[in-house]
Ligand binder design. Structure first.
Ligand code: NOJ
Length: 446
């Protein structure tokens, strides 16, 4: 009997993203994306790994939907590659590109699996990057137009949509830290890009609703459990500033038409490049909130830090994943409860999971007890948040199968299905078999 159980109708799914699984990077008229350019630049990704082939999902999507059926998934979160549909980012539609997503949607619906597409999971058309990418205001217009066109074409069959995946993440990693495409390190450009992406998010939300097809619209935000390093008032205030920037920078805007008070001394709208009329465009409230959550960050007050006056503290004894994420299951509970209390919208966990270096045993099986343990502990905390009154509608595990983990290439395996990248053989791991039972029972013994 499950001791951790979920409400009736709770939606169980898995999540993926186009660049991480599809491969077929230059097939059937697809345009180059910023990730194609990035990985083909020597030295950017260790081992020279690329998503050129990845899981070859573009050719194997039918088998992959069969895999989802085997796992018993109710729903599947995937993303649409903008340059596959619009090779130049704008202008002429590449029919073979959009047809791929139409076929995928049909296959899912036939299998009784609800599609949940994300319109943008980081693979910007390189042609738009050449004009400035997310640091150029025109990109917001182009995104609005792209989003409308995609939803207009697939909306007869797809009713629930996500606009962005981790918008703060792609700006910070791509424009400030430079470890993701397009590999820029420029803090003033990054700040302006957050505002342009915020405008794009709201403009696209408004546009896709105009198609008349959308029943529920959300965005998937990276959120972390953020905790003060000590109980001092200064550290608590620093953790709060960090929470607002990391977790709310793209949510408070679309919900309430303003930036959360994150920067010490106030947000500088000039630094964000806010122009007259912009703030009026931001508010376009979502129907649900997607939360991607993996770990925790510990934060101390730091007067030397010019922005948030906050600094991350690395706890030496922390339990960590293969990718160095601090494992802290309570974080998912704490964040859900706060977001529910502050925004009162239905929540979907749009990503949660972990990487560990799994290996195939001689008998061909893949056991991953550490992932299993992680999932049990996090899911128990999701259930606890629901018991506390939060309206959490579903959980999308990251990820269906091992795939291309961005700047880490293939070195990080997050899947509940093992992929042999030489042969493309898929093997459901121990955690995947367990997840199938969780779905059947709508809970688990813990
Ligand atoms: C965040 C991203 O949305 C996804 O693309 C990535 O693979 C996972 N988290 C794991 O790092």
């Amino acid at each position: 009997m499950p001791t951790v159980s979920f409400p009736e109708g709770f939606e169980w799914g898995c999540a993926t993203a186009s660049y991480q699984i599809e491969g077929a990077w230059d097939e059937d008229g697809k345009g180059e994306s910023i990730w194609d350019r990035f990985v083909h630049t020597p030295g950017r990704v260790p081992n020279g790994d690329t998503g050129d082939v990845a899981c070859d999902h573009y050719h194997r999507y039918k088998d992959d939907v069969a895999l989802m059926t085997e796992l018993g998934l109710h729903a599947y979160r995937f993303s649409i590659s903008w340059p596959r549909c619009y090779p130049d980012g704008t202008g002429k539609l590449n029919r073979r590109g959009i047809d791929f997503y139409g076929k995928l949607v049909d296959e899912l619906l036939e299998a009784g699996i609800t599609p949940l597409p994300t319109l943008y999971h980081w693979d910007l058309p390189q042609a738009l990057q050449d004009k400035g990418g997310w640091a150029d205001r025109d990109t917001a217009k182009r995104f609005e137009e792209y989003a409308f066109n995609i939803v207009d074409r697939l909306g007869d069959r797809v009713k629930r949509w996500l606009i962005f995946n981790e918008p703060l993440g792609f700006i910070i990693a791509g424009y400030l830290a430079g470890q993701h495409a397009p590999g820029i390190r420029d803090s003033s450009m990054a700040m302006r890009a957050t505002h342009i992406a915020n405008l794009a998010q709201s403009m696209a939300a408004r546009a896709v609703r105009q198609t008349g097809h959308v029943e529920a619209l959300g965005s998937a935000y990276s959120m972390g459990g953020i905790y003060p390093a000590t109980a001092s008032a200064e550290d608590k205030a620093a953790a709060e500033r960090r929470f607002r920037f990391e977790n709310l920078w793209f949510l408070e805007t679309i919900q309430n038409g303003r930036y959360p008070e994150a920067f010490a001394g106030g947000n500088d709208l000039n630094r964000l490049g806010v122009e007259p009329g912009d703030m009026d465009l931001l508010k376009e409230p979502l129907d649900f909130i997607g939360i991607n959550l993996y770990g925790r960050t510990t934060v101390a007050n730091d007067p030397q830090d010019p922005n948030l006056r906050a600094r991350e503290v690395r706890l030496p004894d922390a339990e960590r994943t293969g990718m160095d994420t601090h494992i802290w299951p309570e974080a998912i509970h704490d964040v859900i409860v706060r977001i529910w209390n502050d925004y009162g919208l239905p929540i979907y966990i749009t990503e949660n999971g972990t990487s560990f270096p799994d290996t195939v045993a001689d008998d061909g099986t893949v056991d991953d007890p550490k992932r299993l343990d992680y999932l049990q502990r996090y899911l128990a905390q999701v259930a606890k948040a629901i018991d506390a009154g939060a309206d959490v509608r579903g959980y999308y595990l990251w990820t269906l199968m091992d795939n291309f983990e961005w700047a880490h290439g293939f070195s990080q395996r997050f899947g509940i299905t093992h992929v042999d990248f030489e042969t493309q053989k898929r093997t459901i791991k121990q955690s995947g078999r367990w997840y199938r039972d969780v779905i059947t029972e709508n809970g688990f013994a813990y």
